[in-house]
Write a protein that binds this ligand. Sequence first.
Ligand code: FAD
Length: 458
Amino acid sequence: MQNSLWLVGIEKLPINKLTTSLNCDVCIVGGGLTGIYTAYLLAKKGVNVVLLEGNSSVGIATTGHSTGKLTPQHDAVYAKLLQSFTVGETQRYYHANVNAIESAISNLPIELYQKADSYMYATTEQGKKTLEDEIEAYKTLSIPGFETLETELPFEILSSIKLPNTAQIHPTNFALHFAKLAMKEGANFYVNSRVTKVVIDEKTVYVEDDLQVSFNHLVLATHYPIEAVKGLQIAKLSVDRSYLTATKTSELLKGQYISVDSPSRTIRTALINNQPYFIYGGSSHIAGTIEDTQNYYETLQNEVVSKFDLPKPEYLWSAQDPNTADSLPYVGPITENESNVYIATGYRKWGLSNSLVAGEIISSAIIKEKHEAADIYNPSRNQFGKTMLRMLNLIGFTVANLTEGYLTRMDAPKCTHLGCRTRWNDGDETWDCPCHGSRFDKFGNVIEGPAVYPLDLK
Ligand SMILES: Cc1cc2nc3c(=O)[nH]c(=O)nc-3n(C[C@H](O)[C@H](O)[C@H](O)COP(=O)(O)OP(=O)(O)OC[C@H]3O[C@@H](n4cnc5c(N)ncnc54)[C@H](O)[C@@H]3O)c2cc1C
C-alpha cells in the first residue's frame, strides 16, 4: 500500500461524525483545501457553516497527495489560456492566483510555508518550443518570469523559465491550519459523514445513517462534483492521474521544478521533522485506465537513484485531478438557474492556489460581494466550440470504456456511480473506474467520487 509523505504524523483534529440532522446557512461538502478555505472565509464573516467530510480526517485526500507547490506558475498554461481567453481575462487568472496566495500566507506562521522560486524546464526540442511560446505569453501578460539556464538540476537542460518568489507548503498541515481557524471562527466540521444524495429542490443533502442537512447555500467541494449531471460536468471533466515519490536527502533546493517534456517530471524538497526529503514525480494517464501502475512507481524510483544519486524512495503515492476543456477551473454556480449551489473543480493539478481562489469566489458570491475573477471561472462560461468538442470526446470515451468493461472485465466490480466496470490498480491496490475516476479501496469503500456508495464485491 502506498503512503503520502504529507500524511506522516499529522495532527488529529477533534472533529466528530454527524449524529443529528441539521439546518445551516451554508453546507460545504468536502474537507479538502477548497472546502476548508471556503469554510474559513465564510466563518470569518460570521456565516453559519457546516462542513461534511466523508473521510476520517480533513485535508488528506487529493490535497494530502499533491506536491505542495503554491505558485501561479501552473506549468505552461498561459500560452494555452490565451487561445481561449483575452489578455485581460488571462491576466485576471494570474492575478487571482497571486492575490489569493498572498492573502492566505500573509498571516501564516512562517513554519507553514517556504519561499521558493518556480521553474519550468525543458530537456527536449519540443519542450523548448513550448517554453518559447510560454515566455511570449509571460511578456504579453506582464508576468515577471524570465528565461534562464541556471538551475540546481544535476542534468543538462535546453531551456527554463523562472518565476521568482513563489511558495511551497506542507499541503496537509496548511489545510489543517485553516480548518482550525475556521472552527475557531464558529464553523461546524464533521468527518466520517459522507453525503450520499443531493436534492437541490429540497435544499437538502442526505448523509450516511439517514441524516439530513438543510441549507440555503450548498458548496460541492468534493473535487469531482458528486452532483455532476446538472451543468453537464460529467461530460466536460476528464481526470488525469500522476505519481510521486519522496526520499531522504541531505540538502534542500531553493527552487521547485516542473518539466514541460513528455512524460513530465516534478521536483521539490521539503523539511519534515528536520529531515530534508527529495520529492520527485510525474507521468500522467487517464484515471482508471491502467492496471500495472506499479510500473510508474518503479520508473520514478529508478530515476531518483540514477539521475539524482539518491537512495530508493521510501514514500510512494499518487493522485488525480479533473481537467476542463479550456484549462481554467469551474468555480461558481452549478448552473445559471441554481445560483445557491456551487462547484469548484477542474484544477488540472494546480488546485492548491486555485482552491484559495475558489474559496474567495464562492464566499464572495454567498455574501454578495464581487470577485474580480468570478466571470472567467464561471462553470457556465461561454466556450461553446471547445466545450462541445470536449463533451463529444468524453461521451465517446465513457461509452467505449463502459462497453470495453462489459466485454473484457465482466468479473470486475461495477462502479456505483454509473455502472462502468472498474479496473484493479496494482500499485495502489484500489478499484478505479475509467469512466469518471471514482476509486474504491480493496474492500470496496469509496476513496474518491463521484461515486458515493461502496462497491458490491460479492
Ligand atoms: C499528483 C498531483 C500533484 C499535485 N500537486 C499540486 C501542486 O503542487 N500545486 C497545486 O497547486 N496543485 C497540485 N495538485 C492539485 C491539487 O492537489 C488539487 O487540485 C487540490 O488539492 C484539490 O483540492 P480539493 O479540496 O478540491 O479536493 P480534495 O483535497 O480531494 O478534497 C475533496 C474532499 O471531498 C471529500 N468528499 C468527496 N465526496 C464526498 C461526499 N460524498 N461526502 C463528503 N465528503 C466527500 C473527500 O473525501 C475529500 O476530502 C496536484 C494534483 C495531483 C493529482
